[in-house]
Design a binder for this molecule. Structure first.
Ligand SMILES: CC(=O)N[C@H]1[C@@H](OP(=O)(O)OP(=O)(O)OC[C@H]2O[C@@H](n3ccc(=O)[nH]c3=O)[C@H](O)[C@@H]2O)O[C@H](CO)[C@@H](O)[C@@H]1O
Length: 357
């Protein structure tokens, strides 16, 4: 029996692409297990899939000063020891890493055990965890063609993003029913990444009356961010985080307002949802979402509203411009050159796995 270990986590963007690959490998008879962190969202997502989950010690690697920077390298070292032990027991033929800090110890331990690793980068610019791991992996898969120029490695290949098939199988009628919506008014889908985005939540709620004149609203707010005072507003449906219902909610949505996490925006593209992207600012990140969003704007799939320009007025203005160009955007999306990365990655997994163990 062929066996694979998946890793990756912290936030859902580093986990959900794994689900697409898992479904395909499962249908080909592979056995699989997952190594993640104790407190990341990956445990919840992977438990839901019924796949054995093991957690290891993991530490955040920061580019800025923080007292935890002195403690975290020891947590990473402990993570390498934990992962080394687990890999010795599981004995996989290959490891697939979707990035995030928990992936670093797993990749180092795989190297020590001589197990090949394929890593995948979702964002246009490689994250720190993937950068550190590059020398130790057999193959680096990237999502954006622009990333190949930044990675400069013969190991790199543009495979696109693995997209869960389940997300493309939603039903508009089920989505409308779930929200108690009708089909006479367009539906606006709002998502601040897997954790929610407080700035976006606030801007939407400040503009709620004006938005409700034009749309029915599905708002994924993030854990703990549902506003209880608004739960009975007709046409405004809030969720903290959604799992299986996401496909139906997207199927009934016409336009999207979102952060510009790579996993989400490629899902919206696959579903041909015109998007207004409000990327996480450079103050709060390395600026990867800004580059993701600008790349989608250049391709004509999205409009970008920078966080520093976000006000109820700019939000409404940009949304109305996007609504006017919905058909043109959808035509461009239909011609998009990005395929679903799942099949290419599954072929690479077959090609690079160890044989004879
Ligand atoms: C704050 C932060 O660190 N953000 C990063 C993180 O974002 P984040 O984890 O938010 O990642 P994305 O927005 O790219 O992906 C979120 C994933 O969660 C799913 N989803 C989301 C909400 C929900 O209720 N249900 C659900 O299933 C989405 O469909 C998608 O598959 O990883 C991304 C991918 O590397 C990066 O581009 C982001 O910059």
């Amino acid at each position: 029996m062929k066996k694979i270990v998946f890793t990756g986590g912290g936030t859902a963007g580093h986990v959900t692409p794994n689900l697409a690959i898992m479904a395909k490998l499962r249908s080909q008879g592979w056995e699989m297990e997952y190594i993640g962190s104790k407190d990341g969202i990956e445990k919840e997502i992977i438990d839901h899939e019924g796949i054995p989950f093991h957690h290891i010690s993991s530490g955040k690697l920061r580019r800025y000063f923080d007292l935890k920077n002195f403690k975290d390298p020891f947590k990473v070292l402990q993570g390498v020891v934990d992962a080394y032990r687990l890999l010795g027991t599981i004995k996989p033929h290959i490891v697939f890493s979707k990035g995030g800090f928990v992936a670093v110890p797993v990749i180092l331990a795989s190297k020590l055990r001589g197990i090949p690793v394929i890593s995948h980068e979702s964002d246009l610019t490689p994250g720190l965890a993937n950068k550190i791991s590059m020398p130790f992996v057999s193959k680096i898969c990237v999502t954006f063609p622009e990333t190949l120029k930044l990675v400069h490695s013969p190991k790199a290949e543009c495979t696109g993003l693995p997209i869960r098939e389940q997300i493309t199988q939603g039903k508009r009628s089920r989505g409308l029913q779930l929200c108690d919506f009708h089909s006479q008014k367009p539906v606006l889908f709002i998502m601040g990444g897997s954790l929610g985005a407080q700035r976006i939540n606030a801007a939407i709620r400040q503009s709620l009356d004006a938005l409700l004149q034009r749309f029915q609203l599905i708002h994924i707010c993030g854990k703990g961010h549902v506003d209880p005072s608004l739960t009975s507003v007709r046409g405004y449906q809030q969720f903290e985080y959604v799992k299986d219902e996401l496909a139906d909610l997207l199927a009934c949505s016409d336009v999207v307002v979102s952060r510009a996490g790579s996993t989400s925006i490629f899902e919206f593209l696959a579903l041909r949802k015109p998007m207004l992207l409000i990327p996480l600012s450079r103050q709060a990140s390395r600026g990867d979402q800004i580059l993701n969003a600008e790349s989608f704007e250049r391709m004509g799939y999205a409009k970008v509203l920078y966080e520093e320009d976000l006000t109820p007025d700019t939000l409404l203005k940009q949304l109305s411009e996007l609504q006017d160009s919905v058909s043109a955007v959808q035509e461009r999306m239909a011609m998009n050159p990005f395929g679903n990365g799942t099949d290419t990655i599954v072929s690479l997994i077959e090609k690079h796995r160890r044989t004879g163990i």
